[in-house]
Unconditional design. Structure first.
Length: 220
């Protein structure tokens, strides 16, 4: 109690949040993006948000952006929810439950393969930097440790390897590949999942590794 406390990672530093936390060096550049369902009318600018059902995470930087837009154009309506996560919002767009949501480019990159019908409508504003956040206070020890760690992983290449691991697949798969893979995950994998798990248990490896190897060879 009373010591430094880690607040969260992956946050965008905003003027409102600067009053509530202290932020580390940046480690990832992301772009806020309005996304919609492929086949629906594509919005091209903030004016096209009028009349759309939009849901974003409660208290998020995206909610702050929409609040600023609504101040300029009161006809823009949106909902904030603390009962969902980013993946839920993308699924809601993919299934047509909502018209639009706002996510960061890295969040879409991580989940695009599961929701290939979700497409980028337009970027909302300029790219921003993700950071770690710690509770406000005079003790900088934890913040200094975080910054030292971020500097280290950037210099030794670990940070770039992590970016390639979690976000590099989108460039490799492309839209058609992502759509096909998503279909195979839903339609084919359930038929073989138990077999992968049984074999993986015998070999003492992660069953998902066997599934990935099998997919490369036969696409199941």
């Amino acid at each position: 109690p009373g010591g430094p406390v880690l607040g969260a990672a992956g946050l965008i530093e905003t003027s409102k949040r600067k009053q509530q936390a202290r932020f580390s060096h940046s480690y990832l550049e992301v772009t806020p993006q309005v996304v919609y369902r492929n086949g629906q009318s594509r919005p091209t600018d903030p004016g096209d948000l009028v009349g759309k059902r939009i849901v974003v995470l409660k208290g998020s930087a995206h909610a702050e952006q929409l609040a600023a837009l609504k101040a300029q154009n009161p006809a823009i309506e949106y909902e904030e929810s603390d009962a969902v996560e980013v993946v839920d919002l993308l699924r809601m767009v993919d299934e047509g439950q909502i018209d639009l949501t706002l996510v960061d480019s890295n969040e879409l990159a991580m989940n695009q393969v599961y929701f290939p019908n979700v497409r980028v409508a337009f970027d909302l504003g300029e790219a921003r930097e993700q950071r770690w956040a710690v509770a406000p206070g005079e003790d900088n020890s934890l913040l200094n440790e975080i910054n030292a760690y971020l500097d280290k992983v950037e210099k030794n290449g670990t940070l770039q390897r992590l970016k390639d691991r979690y976000y590099g697949h989108v460039d490799v798969l492309g839209y058609v590949g992502a759509y096909t893979f998503a279909q195979h995950l839903q339609e084919r994998l359930p038929k073989y999942e138990k077999h992968f798990q049984t074999s993986a248990k015998k070999e003492q490896v992660d069953w998902r590794l066997l599934a990935a190897i099998g997919y490369q060879e036969s696409m199941w």
